[in-house]
Write a protein that binds this ligand. Structure first.
Ligand code: ADP
Length: 245
């Protein structure tokens, strides 16, 4: 369990991005951080990743602090090295941790297989579609078997068909690996489809204003199921409630 305990973040220019926000992240959960643009979702994700330090409060990891390799991060852009093949891109975080190519070959192949790109190991990013580049980015985040996978609107720039496919595949990867995921989105539909729990954030200065557990049944027909539609409606209502009039 990771505990976000009364965390605030004020940037040097005086912008208060987060104000005394708290949340708990349980092992194996798929949490969506849902809120309007600018409410501090990315800031909270960056604090969880240790890329920023909180101005107040604390983030408590089981066992104290996060170790290298505990966290995988996926950004909105795939941020691949254009001169490297898919496999070399996936190997990169392992290389940065001092691992050799030979000892990690199987892990790299397994990560690419997880995201359906086993046949594209030697392909360079320029020859991959936007969705495939994002798959490589996800494989690169998964390759060290992180305890926590943080995703910052990873599908926002993709067309809807690709987005639906990647959402379904990510959900399956989560099922298969049991990785804890925190996924930032401003899409109610995406949050309702993916998450086991949705943390709804208030407008800036952000805080977790509502915490809603999904009761949408698992299954391939989830996107059109009545309980999914009801969850979308519930989240819309909650989001309306936290927005200023
Ligand atoms: P979201 O992800 O919900 O769109 P962000 O966490 O990116 O929101 O940003 C929250 C607020 O903090 C915004 O008003 C943004 O402009 C501001 N902000 C983010 N990063 C910085 C920074 N490095 N310096 C100053 N202000 C920032």
């Amino acid at each position: 369990m990771i505990v976000v305990d009364g965390v605030s973040k004020t940037f040097p220019n005086g912008t208060v991005a987060l104000n005394n926000t708290s949340a708990k992240i349980g092992e194996g959960e798929f949490i969506a951080l849902l809120g309007p643009s600018g409410c501090g979702k990315s800031t909270l994700l960056r604090l969880l990743a240790g890329l920023e330090a909180p101005s107040g409060g604390q983030i408590i990891w089981p066992g104290g602090t996060a170790e290298p390799g505990d966290i995988g991060f996926v950004f909105q852009d795939a941020t691949l090295m254009p001169w490297m093949s898919a496999a070399e891109n996936v190997f990169l975080p392992l290389r940065l941790r001092g691992k050799s190519r030979s000892e990690t070959r199987d892990s790299v192949t397994a990560a690419l297989t997880q995201v359906g790109l086993a046949d594209f190991a030697d392909t360079k990013p320029a020859a991959l579609s936007g969705g495939m580049k994002m798959r490589v980015s996800i494989a690169r985040a998964l390759v060290g078997s992180p305890k926590l996978l943080l995703m910052d609107e990873p599908f926002a720039a993709l067309d809807e068909f690709t987005r639906f496919k990647l959402q379904a595949d990510l959900h399956e990867v989560w099922h298969r690996t049991g990785t804890t995921i925190v996924f930032v989105t401003h899409s109610i539909y995406e949050a309702a489809y993916l998450a086991t729990r949705v943390l709804v954030m208030s407008p800036r200065p952000g805080r977790v204003a509502a915490n809603i557990t999904s009761e949408v049944a698992e299954g391939p027909e989830r996107r059109t199921a009545a309980d999914y539609t009801a969850f979308v409606k519930q989240l819309s209502g909650v989001l309306r409630g936290v927005m200023p009039a």
